[in-house]
Unconditional design. Structure first.
Length: 365
């Protein structure tokens, strides 16, 4: 009896990659499928040969094929990822192309607002995007996306519990606000915070993504350090207002990413609350917090100004109502957010063409 390669491939679509939740054919993990008499041989490409699910996936592949061809001898050869993606072989999310950190020096500058609209703006450009709210001091993204009060489901994959992200506007989302109450967040410390961040990557089923945006707490601390020690961060975007005190704090936060031991590139700066434009005077600009702060920070980081976002009532309304302004038609504001997303996509592409891939940070305790 001859075996049909198409039927074998279809059978293998029933085997799930535990990291992405997608099947191994969609994830392009099957290599060199050959039929030799009663032998069906192929390689299964894993992020790392020390993958804890290696034996389970081997068995699942054999079982899937033998459901179609019980008499077949199925030989699965486990291989590590190709040299071209070797820099992410130890990453729990090697199927995510770019992990982008969004940070600020101080609270109240609109960092989470920028993170949400950046993520949805990139999605509008046709990219596959996910969003993590890692801001323990004020996990506001559930409210901004209309997800407040919801909890993610836990699904067993190969007898291991995996968290399924919630979804907003077709975008997978995880937030500290989904798993702990707001009043608990401020009392969490190092090991617990580190564990939550690792859960967001190691134990959460993210689909293949072009960008995963991570909204960080203001300043520097345990979460920032845990992030760069867990996954390779493509780059960071800094959010500031024009005022001098915000710039000074942002420089301190930015310098953590630029430490030689961390070495995460600064992709650019977003200046929020650049000016106030009242609805009744749409052509007027009132610079309530001064001018030029974003450009100064971009120059300090040897990066670019990704955009300036004005103070517009529609931005606040969109956040409160769970429909971010980038999805609405608000004069000045919607276009400003879309410009930020386009410029960010361009800078990420330039960074990937001109710099070596970022590695997971290894630090001595």
């Amino acid at each position: 009896m001859s075996f049909d390669k198409t039927k074998i491939v279809k059978a293998l679509t029933k085997v799930t990659d535990p990291n992405s939740g997608q099947d191994i054919i969609t994830m392009n993990m099957v290599r060199d499928l050959e039929i030799d008499g009663n032998n069906i041989n192929f390689s299964l490409e894993l992020p790392s040969l020390d993958s804890r699910n290696k034996s389970d996936m081997n068995f699942a592949c054999m079982q899937a094929v033998q459901e179609v061809y019980p008499e077949a001898n199925v030989n699965v050869h486990m291989i590590s990822a190709a040299p071209g993606v070797k820099q992410q072989s130890n990453s729990p999310v090697s199927h995510i192309k770019n992990i982008i950190a969004v940070g600020s020096g101080k609270g109240g500058v609109g960092k989470s607002t920028i993170s949400v609209n950046l993520a949805l703006g990139l999605k509008q450009l046709g990219a596959k995007v996910g969003l993590i709210d890692a801001d323990l001091y004020g996990p506001s993204i559930p409210t901004m996306l209309g997800l407040q009060g919801q909890r993610p489901q836990v699904k067993q994959i190969y007898d291991q519990p995996k968290i399924m992200p919630l979804e907003a506007y077709g975008m997978p989302v995880m937030s500290i606000g989904f798993i702990i109450e707001p009043e608990q967040a401020v009392v969490l410390r190092g090991p617990r915070l580190s564990g939550i961040i690792k859960q967001f990557f190691n134990d959460t089923v993210w689909p293949p993504l072009d960008y995963l945006i991570v909204d960080l707490p203001p300043g520097t601390g345990d979460i920032q350090l845990s992030l760069v020690q867990t996954v390779p961060v493509t780059g960071a975007i800094m959010v500031t207002t024009p005022q001098e005190v915000a710039i000074a704090d942002a420089i301190k936060a930015m310098n953590m990413f630029l430490l030689p031991s961390v070495n995460v590139p600064i992709l650019g700066v977003v200046e929020n609350m650049s000016w106030f434009t009242p609805a009744e005077l749409p052509d007027n600009k009132y610079y309530l917090f001064g001018e030029g702060g974003g450009k100064r920070l971009a120059k300090e980081s040897n990066s670019v100004l990704l955009g300036q976002v004005p103070i517009v009532q529609g931005i606040r309304e969109g956040g409160d109502e769970g429909k971010p302004v980038v999805l609405r038609e608000v004069p000045h504001a919607t276009e400003a957010m879309q410009r930020v997303a386009k410029n960010a996509a361009r800078q990420i592409a330039i960074r990937n063409e001109t710099k070596d891939p970022t590695r997971i940070v290894k630090m001595n305790n």
